[in-house]
Design a protein around this ligand. Structure first.
Ligand SMILES: Nc1ncnc2c1ncn2[C@@H]1O[C@H](COP(=O)(O)OP(=O)(O)OP(=O)(O)O)[C@@H](O)[C@H]1O
Ligand SMILES: [Mg+2]
Length: 268
Protein backbone atom coordinates (compact mmCIF):
# COMPACT_ATOMS: atom_id res chain seq x y z
CA UNK A 1 0.00 0.00 0.00
CA UNK A 2 1.33 3.44 -0.84
CA UNK A 3 2.03 5.84 1.99
CA UNK A 4 -0.48 8.30 0.55
CA UNK A 5 -3.13 5.63 0.50
CA UNK A 6 -2.15 4.42 3.96
CA UNK A 7 -2.37 7.87 5.48
CA UNK A 8 -5.62 8.62 3.66
CA UNK A 9 -7.08 5.53 5.18
CA UNK A 10 -5.79 6.59 8.57
CA UNK A 11 -3.55 3.56 8.91
CA UNK A 12 -1.30 3.64 11.99
CA UNK A 13 2.19 5.15 11.44
CA UNK A 14 3.98 1.82 11.91
CA UNK A 15 2.40 0.54 8.72
CA UNK A 16 4.45 3.07 6.77
CA UNK A 17 7.60 1.19 7.59
CA UNK A 18 7.07 -0.73 4.40
CA UNK A 19 7.87 2.49 2.55
CA UNK A 20 11.57 2.72 1.88
CA UNK A 21 11.66 6.31 0.69
CA UNK A 22 14.85 8.03 1.91
CA UNK A 23 12.74 10.40 3.98
CA UNK A 24 9.09 10.32 4.86
CA UNK A 25 7.68 13.05 7.10
CA UNK A 26 4.18 12.70 8.45
CA UNK A 27 2.04 15.21 10.31
CA UNK A 28 5.03 17.31 11.36
CA UNK A 29 4.10 20.31 13.49
CA UNK A 30 6.77 22.43 15.15
CA UNK A 31 6.40 25.47 17.35
CA UNK A 32 9.03 27.56 19.10
CA UNK A 33 6.38 29.56 20.93
CA UNK A 34 2.63 29.84 20.66
CA UNK A 35 2.25 29.64 16.90
CA UNK A 36 3.41 26.67 14.84
CA UNK A 37 6.07 27.56 12.26
CA UNK A 38 5.64 24.18 10.55
CA UNK A 39 2.11 22.87 10.53
CA UNK A 40 0.99 19.32 9.86
CA UNK A 41 3.48 18.76 7.07
CA UNK A 42 3.74 15.56 5.07
CA UNK A 43 6.68 15.00 2.77
CA UNK A 44 7.85 12.01 0.77
CA UNK A 45 11.32 12.32 -0.71
CA UNK A 46 11.96 10.37 -3.88
CA UNK A 47 15.06 8.19 -3.95
CA UNK A 48 17.79 9.15 -6.40
CA UNK A 49 16.28 12.55 -7.13
CA UNK A 50 17.30 16.09 -6.31
CA UNK A 51 14.57 17.92 -4.45
CA UNK A 52 14.43 21.66 -3.76
CA UNK A 53 12.66 22.88 -0.64
CA UNK A 54 11.43 26.35 -1.46
CA UNK A 55 9.39 29.01 0.29
CA UNK A 56 9.86 32.55 1.61
CA UNK A 57 12.06 33.57 4.56
CA UNK A 58 10.58 32.29 7.80
CA UNK A 59 8.46 29.68 5.98
CA UNK A 60 9.79 26.88 8.18
CA UNK A 61 12.19 25.25 5.69
CA UNK A 62 15.13 24.95 8.08
CA UNK A 63 12.83 23.97 10.92
CA UNK A 64 11.28 21.19 8.85
CA UNK A 65 14.73 19.72 8.14
CA UNK A 66 15.75 20.06 11.79
CA UNK A 67 12.57 18.37 12.96
CA UNK A 68 13.08 15.54 10.46
CA UNK A 69 16.62 15.14 11.83
CA UNK A 70 15.53 15.25 15.47
CA UNK A 71 17.45 18.50 16.10
CA UNK A 72 14.27 20.23 17.18
CA UNK A 73 11.47 18.38 18.87
CA UNK A 74 8.15 18.53 17.04
CA UNK A 75 4.83 19.06 18.75
CA UNK A 76 3.46 16.30 16.57
CA UNK A 77 4.53 14.10 13.70
CA UNK A 78 7.40 11.83 12.87
CA UNK A 79 9.98 11.08 10.22
CA UNK A 80 11.13 7.78 8.78
CA UNK A 81 14.49 7.42 7.07
CA UNK A 82 14.62 4.58 4.54
CA UNK A 83 11.59 3.13 6.26
CA UNK A 84 13.02 3.15 9.77
CA UNK A 85 13.13 5.56 12.65
CA UNK A 86 15.93 8.07 12.64
CA UNK A 87 17.90 6.57 15.50
CA UNK A 88 18.73 3.49 13.45
CA UNK A 89 19.52 5.43 10.29
CA UNK A 90 21.40 8.53 11.38
CA UNK A 91 24.60 7.35 9.68
CA UNK A 92 22.83 7.28 6.32
CA UNK A 93 22.11 11.01 6.44
CA UNK A 94 24.55 13.84 5.85
CA UNK A 95 23.33 17.27 6.91
CA UNK A 96 24.88 20.58 5.93
CA UNK A 97 23.21 23.32 8.00
CA UNK A 98 22.43 26.84 6.89
CA UNK A 99 25.75 28.67 7.10
CA UNK A 100 24.72 31.65 9.15
CA UNK A 101 23.53 29.32 11.90
CA UNK A 102 26.96 27.98 12.81
CA UNK A 103 29.69 29.69 14.80
CA UNK A 104 33.05 29.12 13.14
CA UNK A 105 35.16 30.87 15.76
CA UNK A 106 36.48 27.72 17.39
CA UNK A 107 39.93 26.76 16.08
CA UNK A 108 39.53 23.71 13.86
CA UNK A 109 41.47 22.83 10.74
CA UNK A 110 39.74 22.01 7.49
CA UNK A 111 41.15 18.49 7.59
CA UNK A 112 39.65 17.92 11.06
CA UNK A 113 36.25 19.13 9.93
CA UNK A 114 36.24 16.61 7.09
CA UNK A 115 37.59 13.87 9.39
CA UNK A 116 34.47 14.39 11.52
CA UNK A 117 32.59 12.89 8.58
CA UNK A 118 34.49 9.65 9.20
CA UNK A 119 33.45 9.37 12.84
CA UNK A 120 31.93 5.93 12.36
CA UNK A 121 35.05 4.52 10.76
CA UNK A 122 37.36 6.13 13.29
CA UNK A 123 35.62 4.37 16.13
CA UNK A 124 35.89 5.18 19.81
CA UNK A 125 39.66 5.60 19.86
CA UNK A 126 39.54 8.13 17.05
CA UNK A 127 42.80 6.78 15.65
CA UNK A 128 43.43 8.46 12.32
CA UNK A 129 45.31 6.30 9.80
CA UNK A 130 46.61 6.99 6.32
CA UNK A 131 43.52 5.43 4.76
CA UNK A 132 41.38 8.04 6.55
CA UNK A 133 43.63 10.88 5.46
CA UNK A 134 43.44 9.62 1.88
CA UNK A 135 39.65 9.65 2.06
CA UNK A 136 39.65 13.18 3.42
CA UNK A 137 41.97 14.29 0.61
CA UNK A 138 39.74 12.68 -2.00
CA UNK A 139 36.68 14.47 -0.60
CA UNK A 140 38.50 17.81 -0.48
CA UNK A 141 39.59 17.22 -4.06
CA UNK A 142 35.99 16.66 -5.12
CA UNK A 143 35.05 20.11 -3.84
CA UNK A 144 38.26 21.81 -4.99
CA UNK A 145 39.58 22.55 -1.49
CA UNK A 146 42.56 20.22 -1.16
CA UNK A 147 45.02 23.12 -0.94
CA UNK A 148 43.27 24.40 2.17
CA UNK A 149 43.52 21.21 4.25
CA UNK A 150 45.62 22.76 7.02
CA UNK A 151 43.82 26.08 7.18
CA UNK A 152 41.61 27.04 10.16
CA UNK A 153 37.99 26.80 9.11
CA UNK A 154 37.34 30.27 10.54
CA UNK A 155 39.93 31.69 8.16
CA UNK A 156 38.08 30.64 5.03
CA UNK A 157 35.58 32.65 3.06
CA UNK A 158 31.92 31.69 3.33
CA UNK A 159 31.93 29.91 -0.02
CA UNK A 160 35.08 27.99 0.88
CA UNK A 161 33.55 26.94 4.21
CA UNK A 162 30.49 25.73 2.37
CA UNK A 163 32.67 23.53 0.15
CA UNK A 164 34.45 22.09 3.21
CA UNK A 165 31.16 21.18 4.85
CA UNK A 166 30.10 19.50 1.65
CA UNK A 167 33.38 17.56 1.75
CA UNK A 168 32.56 16.43 5.30
CA UNK A 169 29.16 15.25 4.09
CA UNK A 170 30.86 13.33 1.27
CA UNK A 171 33.31 11.71 3.71
CA UNK A 172 30.37 10.34 5.62
CA UNK A 173 29.35 8.27 2.60
CA UNK A 174 25.68 8.89 3.35
CA UNK A 175 22.76 7.90 1.15
CA UNK A 176 20.64 10.97 1.85
CA UNK A 177 22.08 14.49 1.72
CA UNK A 178 20.14 17.30 3.36
CA UNK A 179 21.58 20.73 2.61
CA UNK A 180 20.20 23.97 3.95
CA UNK A 181 20.85 26.69 1.36
CA UNK A 182 24.13 25.33 -0.02
CA UNK A 183 24.34 28.18 -2.54
CA UNK A 184 23.66 31.08 -0.19
CA UNK A 185 26.31 33.76 -0.56
CA UNK A 186 28.63 31.73 -2.81
CA UNK A 187 30.00 32.98 -6.11
CA UNK A 188 29.15 31.51 -9.51
CA UNK A 189 32.25 29.26 -9.56
CA UNK A 190 31.49 27.76 -6.14
CA UNK A 191 27.84 27.32 -7.05
CA UNK A 192 28.89 25.42 -10.20
CA UNK A 193 31.33 23.30 -8.18
CA UNK A 194 28.69 22.44 -5.58
CA UNK A 195 25.98 21.64 -8.11
CA UNK A 196 28.30 19.37 -10.04
CA UNK A 197 29.15 17.47 -6.83
CA UNK A 198 25.44 17.15 -6.05
CA UNK A 199 24.65 15.93 -9.56
CA UNK A 200 27.51 13.46 -9.20
CA UNK A 201 25.87 12.13 -6.03
CA UNK A 202 22.61 11.74 -7.91
CA UNK A 203 24.42 9.76 -10.60
CA UNK A 204 25.62 7.42 -7.85
CA UNK A 205 21.96 6.92 -6.91
CA UNK A 206 22.12 9.11 -3.81
CA UNK A 207 19.26 11.35 -2.77
CA UNK A 208 19.72 15.09 -2.39
CA UNK A 209 17.36 17.53 -0.69
CA UNK A 210 18.38 21.19 -0.61
CA UNK A 211 16.70 24.29 0.69
CA UNK A 212 16.97 26.64 -2.25
CA UNK A 213 16.23 30.34 -2.63
CA UNK A 214 17.09 31.14 -6.21
CA UNK A 215 13.85 30.40 -8.00
CA UNK A 216 15.44 31.04 -11.39
CA UNK A 217 17.66 27.94 -11.14
CA UNK A 218 15.08 25.48 -9.76
CA UNK A 219 14.30 23.92 -13.14
CA UNK A 220 17.97 23.67 -14.09
CA UNK A 221 19.21 22.10 -10.85
CA UNK A 222 16.36 20.04 -9.46
CA UNK A 223 14.04 17.19 -10.39
CA UNK A 224 11.46 17.81 -7.72
CA UNK A 225 10.09 20.62 -5.61
CA UNK A 226 8.69 20.77 -2.10
CA UNK A 227 7.01 24.13 -1.54
CA UNK A 228 6.21 25.29 1.96
CA UNK A 229 4.90 28.28 3.83
CA UNK A 230 4.29 26.88 7.32
CA UNK A 231 1.97 24.38 5.63
CA UNK A 232 2.88 22.33 2.62
CA UNK A 233 1.91 24.16 -0.56
CA UNK A 234 2.98 21.62 -3.16
CA UNK A 235 5.17 18.59 -3.75
CA UNK A 236 6.06 16.86 -6.98
CA UNK A 237 8.12 17.09 -10.15
CA UNK A 238 9.33 20.58 -11.03
CA UNK A 239 6.88 20.65 -13.94
CA UNK A 240 3.92 19.71 -11.74
CA UNK A 241 4.69 21.63 -8.54
CA UNK A 242 6.63 24.71 -9.65
CA UNK A 243 3.61 26.48 -11.07
CA UNK A 244 2.65 30.15 -10.93
CA UNK A 245 -0.39 29.26 -8.82
CA UNK A 246 1.71 27.47 -6.20
CA UNK A 247 4.37 30.19 -6.21
CA UNK A 248 1.66 32.72 -5.63
CA UNK A 249 0.31 30.69 -2.71
CA UNK A 250 3.75 30.27 -1.16
CA UNK A 251 5.08 33.77 -1.66
CA UNK A 252 1.83 35.73 -1.56
CA UNK A 253 2.47 39.32 -2.53
CA UNK A 254 6.23 38.96 -2.22
CA UNK A 255 6.80 38.15 -5.88
CA UNK A 256 5.40 40.31 -8.64
CA UNK A 257 2.87 38.51 -10.84
CA UNK A 258 5.03 38.94 -13.94
CA UNK A 259 7.98 37.43 -12.09
CA UNK A 260 5.92 34.40 -11.02
CA UNK A 261 4.62 33.76 -14.52
CA UNK A 262 8.11 34.01 -15.95
CA UNK A 263 9.54 31.58 -13.38
CA UNK A 264 6.80 29.06 -13.94
CA UNK A 265 7.19 29.41 -17.70
CA UNK A 266 10.91 28.73 -17.62
CA UNK A 267 10.14 25.62 -15.60
CA UNK A 268 7.67 24.19 -18.06
N1 LIG B 1 15.36 28.67 17.59
C1 LIG B 1 14.29 29.42 17.32
N2 LIG B 1 13.58 30.00 18.31
C2 LIG B 1 12.47 30.75 18.04
N3 LIG B 1 11.99 30.94 16.80
C3 LIG B 1 12.65 30.39 15.79
C4 LIG B 1 13.83 29.60 15.98
N4 LIG B 1 14.27 29.18 14.78
C5 LIG B 1 13.41 29.68 13.87
N5 LIG B 1 12.45 30.41 14.46
C6 LIG B 1 11.32 31.07 13.80
O1 LIG B 1 10.57 30.07 13.12
C7 LIG B 1 10.16 30.53 11.85
C8 LIG B 1 10.69 29.57 10.78
O2 LIG B 1 12.10 29.66 10.77
P1 LIG B 1 12.99 28.84 9.77
O3 LIG B 1 14.40 29.12 10.12
O4 LIG B 1 12.55 27.44 9.78
O5 LIG B 1 12.58 29.51 8.38
P2 LIG B 1 13.24 29.33 6.95
O6 LIG B 1 12.13 28.99 6.02
O7 LIG B 1 14.38 28.42 7.01
O8 LIG B 1 13.70 30.84 6.64
P3 LIG B 1 15.00 31.38 5.84
O9 LIG B 1 14.64 31.35 4.39
O10 LIG B 1 15.11 32.79 6.32
O11 LIG B 1 16.18 30.54 6.20
C9 LIG B 1 10.68 31.95 11.71
O12 LIG B 1 9.62 32.82 12.03
C10 LIG B 1 11.78 32.03 12.73
O13 LIG B 1 11.89 33.33 13.24
MG1 LIG C 1 16.37 28.62 6.72
Amino acid sequence: MSVELASNLGVVPGAEETNNSPLVVRGMTVSYGQKPVVFSVDMTVQEGAMTAIIGPNGAGKSTLLKAALGIVRPLAGHALVFGKSLKHQRHRIAYVPQRASVDWDFPTRVIDVVLMGLYRELGLLRRVRQVHLDKVTACLERVGMVDFADRQIGQLSGGQQQRVFLARALAQGADLYLLDEPFAGVDAATEKAIISVLKGLREEGKTVVAVHHDLSTVHEYFDRVFMINTRKIAEGSVAAAFTSENLDKAYGGRLATGQIDQLALTAS
